[in-house]
Every structure is written in C-alpha cells, then in structure tokens.
Design a protein around this ligand. Structure first.
Ligand code: NI
Ligand code: MN
Length: 228
C-alpha cells in the first residue's frame, strides 16, 4: 500500500492512502503559493489543524462541495457546524481515532488557534497518522519547537513535515533541532515562501538536515508530491 504526500503550497497539504484523499488545512483563496483551487481540489476527508485563516481557509466551501468528512478539534468542529457543515468529527489533543484512511491522532502544537471571526478555536494541533500498514507520518502544522517532540519521535516516523518559515512558526534552525528530536526517515519543509515575511532557502535547509542527521530531506514545489 502506498502513501502519497502532496504539497499544495504554504501549510496546505494532502495525503492519499488506501484510495482515500485526505486534505489538510485547505487554504486556496488568497494563498499566493496555492497550486490548485478550492473549486478543483478533491477530498474525501478534510483535517483542520487550527483556526487561523491560512489553515481553516476554504474548509467550509470545500466541505460543502465535496461532502468530505471534516476532522478538527472540538471547538473548531462546533464553529464549522454553525457555518452549515454537517459531516463533522471532533477530536482533541492526545486523542486518536481509527478513520478509514488510518489512525489519526491530534498532537500538541505550540501556537494559537483563534478563528477568523474572533471565535475561540481551542488549542492548535499537529497530526500523527498511522496507516493500516503501519507507516507513520507526522504533520507538525503551525508550531514552535517543543521538547516533547521526542515523544512523537519515539513512535518511529517514516515522514515528518515541518514548518521552516520562521516568524509565525519554527524557523530553519529550530526545525533542524526538531529533525534531531523526531528522527524521521524523511522530512519535508512547509509554511515558507508564501509571503516575504516567511521567505527561506529550503534547499539550503535540506542540505543542513542531510549533513547533520540521518534523515533524508525532500524539498517540493507547490503541486509536488512524495511517495512512501
Ligand atoms: Ni497559524
Ligand atoms: Mn499558518
């Protein structure tokens, strides 16, 4: 069974496993790095990591158009319900659930989660997916560095996707420290080069990762994919 990761630009990404399309943080409208649109993207499931506009983005529109089941923390799910979405699954930090695409656990993230209209969005989350055949993927989403990343690394990660943009999340130096704690087989950077404020040299970061760790770094262009 294959697991495919797709980067749609910024913090918007997809996972395809066992024929299920999982769309994470569907931010297309107003995303200068977006490789597709809210009208064209396909999704069977949508996962929202936190309430910020560059993550919850087009979740309501894509959810309504595709009929995808939307997964997020309890507070965000309540908010999405008030926007008219009906296929909803609430989870919360530390809790996992066996979805058709695999076992998805919400993990700690060091960030905010306020919703676009100022509503309370609960705590921000990272995502840890275990596929049916045991592959483990950690999407850190928006976060600063935290020491308990070592606990996530203990799960034995095949792939980690880490923000490197700095300013709002980890920058390149802390993301390199995160790789050393997580020890994934593969790492992919995200949440950079969307705007001048988070411009980074991802290729240089990837070279540092490969010089200082045993992890393979893969720098994608928006629209690019990586298969495990
Ligand atoms: Ni954010
Ligand atoms: Mn963000």
């Amino acid at each position: 069974m294959s697991l495919k990761y797709i980067w749609y630009g910024h913090g918007t990404m997809g996972l395809e496993t066992d024929g299920h399309k999982v769309l994470v943080d569907p931010f297309f409208t107003g995303n200068p790095a977006a490789s597709t649109t809210a009208e064209a993207v396909e999704a069977d499931f949508i996962v929202v990591s936190h309430g910020h506009g560059d993550h919850i983005g087009d979740a309501v529109a894509v959810g309504k158009r595709t009929g995808a089941l939307v997964i997020a923390n309890f507070e965000i799910i309540n908010w999405l319900g008030a926007q008219g979405l009906e296929k909803l699954h609430p989870q919360h930090i530390g809790g996992g659930f066996k979805h058709p695409f695999g076992y998805l656990k919400l993990t700690h993230a060091l960030h905010g989660s306020g919703l676009p209209d100022g509503s309370y969005g609960g705590n921000p989350a990272g995502l840890l997916l275990t596929t049916h055949d045991g592959k483990k993927v950690y999407l850190a989403c928006d976060t600063g560095l935290f020491a308990s990343m070592t606990l996530i690394g203990e799960e034995g990660l095949d792939l980690a996707v880490l923000p490197i943009g700095d300013n709002f999340t980890m920058g390149p130096d802390d993301a390199l420290r995160a790789v050393k704690m997580l020890q994934p087989k593969h790492v992919i950077p995200a949440h950079y080069n969307t705007w001048p404020l988070i411009e980074q040299d991802a290729a240089a970061w990837g070279a540092r990762v490969e010089a200082e760790t045993n992890t393979q770094a893969h720098v994608l262009q928006p629209g690019g994919g990586f298969e495990l």
